[in-house]
Design a protein around this ligand. Structure first.
Ligand code: NAP
Ligand code: MG
Length: 403
């Protein structure tokens, strides 16, 4: 069989620890035998980030803007312990944060569903994708602990000297105040990324805020979404037969639980933080969550939602057996390859991505899986495989699917 050819390179961002080990296994077993893989390689492993003063992270994000599609391995976000462990020059920032800032992107997270791993919400038969706005609100707040009696005011001073002043509260004793903000530009980018992703995945999109209570702040989110939808996306949505649906956040929560899934739920920053953990847990397992960063200009960066699985890596280093689930990392590759195939009109690449995803799902449904999946699967007598054994089992399924 001749290998599938590519035109444009994928931006490949290598990473750390156990996921770096899986990365190489996935390439060797599941990609290189089938594809004449073209990538522009960036080593985001912590050692190389440290050697390059983190320039490699910036370069990889700029390459993503240039080529349009990236695939990323999980990376360590340094803390004090990591500075010591890797003898770092400084506590480098989170690569995901750096990349997100350069791409101005929104993160979409979706679960991979397989038979035998039953969501806690039994009517969720299709994935729910959460889109979280990643700027502002309570994450960029200013807080004061009010010591006692006094008046709290909200003041805006324009560059032209204009002043807007509102009383927050007349305190007759100690209390607390919080100031939060967002920008029109960031909300617009969020809206465009959401609508663009809905079009690209042909799914309905829901958005919800508390606009009945927050008549200026939350209402502005609602208004901006509606304006951008009407002006830029309505016609395309109607052509595809997909829907934009706005409702109050309380109503959204109730409807989500009663739904069968199969849509994108766009969330403000805090709602997305809380709801993505709830939805991920309800679907079963963090190692079965995919994540894609989408910029408003239509640039895509695919990755697994989980981290570098440090505990497994230390076992691996000691020569002990590991059973780490590579499915979300494989889906990062298939997501990127499919998108590259769509953009370049290479249907073999799209078909290959589909088949590789089917192979992952079928392997698990046939009872071959890693340890953490076996613990939550309803499959009787599953075969528990080690990290490489599981990838080899997927390769066998893939070969049978490719005929
Ligand atoms: P983690 O790597 O997601 O792992 C947490 C635990 O979840 C693991 O110890 C393991 O449980 C289980 N797990 C996660 N993925 C798994 C998989 N594929 N297969 C089997 N089990 C899996 O999170 P963490 O330990 O909090 O973080 C480790 C490092 O990852 C940190 O340095 C953090 O900065 C980084 N991180 C990176 C990203 C990213 O690049 N996107 C995201 C999150 C965290 P058991 O040990 O019980 O088996
Ligand atoms: Mg959270």
């Amino acid at each position: 069989m001749s290998k599938i050819q590519m035109n444009t390179p994928l931006v490949e961002m290598d990473g750390d620890e156990m996921t770096r080990i899986l990365w190489k296994m996935i390439k060797d077993e599941l990609l290189l035998p089938y594809i004449d893989l073209k990538t522009e390689y960036y080593d985001l492993g912590l050692e190389n980030r440290n050697n390059t003063d983190d320039q490699v992270t910036v370069d990889s994000a700029n390459a993503t803007l240039k080529y349009g599609v990236a695939v990323k391995c999980a990376t360590i976000t340094p803390n004090a312990a990591r500075v010591e462990e890797y003898k770092l020059k400084e506590m480098w920032k989170s690569p995901n944060g750096t990349i997100r800032a350069i791409l101005d992107g929104t993160v979409f997270r979706a679960p991979i569903l397989v038979k035998g791993i039953v969501p806690y919400v039994s009517n969720w038969t299709k994935p729910i994708t959460i889109a979280r706005h990643a700027y502002g609100d309570v994450y960029k707040n200013v807080e004061i602990k009010v010591p006692g009696k006094g008046k709290a005011e909200l003041v805006f001073t324009g560059e032209d000297g204009q002043e807007i002043r509102e009383t927050i509260h007349n305190f007759d004793g100690p209390g607390i105040i919080q100031g939060i903000h967002n920008t029109r530009k960031s909300i617009e980018s969020f809206a465009r990324a959401c609508f663009g992703y809905a079009v690209s995945t042909k799914q309905d999109i829901w958005f919800a805020t508390k606009d009945t209570i927050s008549k200026k702040y939350d209402h502005t989110f609602k208004d901006i979404f509606q304006e951008i939808y009407d002006a830029e996306f309505k016609a395309e949505f109607e052509k595809l037969g997909i829907e934009y649906f706005y409702t109050l956040i309380d109503d959204a929560v109730a409807r989500v639980i009663r739904s069968e899934g199969g849509f994108i739920w766009a969330c403000k920053n805090y709602d997305g933080d809380v709801m993505s953990d709830m939805v991920a847990t309800a679907y079963g397992d963090l190692s079965m969550m995919t994540s894609v960063l989408v910029s408003p200009s239509g640039v895509y960066e695919y990755e697994a939602a989980h981290g570098t699985v440090q505990r497994h890596y230390y076992k691996y280093l000691k020569g002990e057996e590991t059973s780490t689930n590579s499915v979300a990392t494989i889906f990062a590759w298939t997501g990127a390859l499919r998108k590259r195939g769509e953009l370049d009109g290479i249907s073999e690449l799209v078909t290959f991505a589909d088949k590789l995803e089917q192979a992952c799902i079928k392997t698990i449904e046939d009872g071959k899986m890693t340890k953490s999946l076996s613990l939550i699967s309803t499959c009787e007598n599953p075969t528990i495989l080690d990290s490489l054994g599981f990838i080899k089992a997927i390769r066998e399924t893939l070969d049978s699917l490719l005929g």
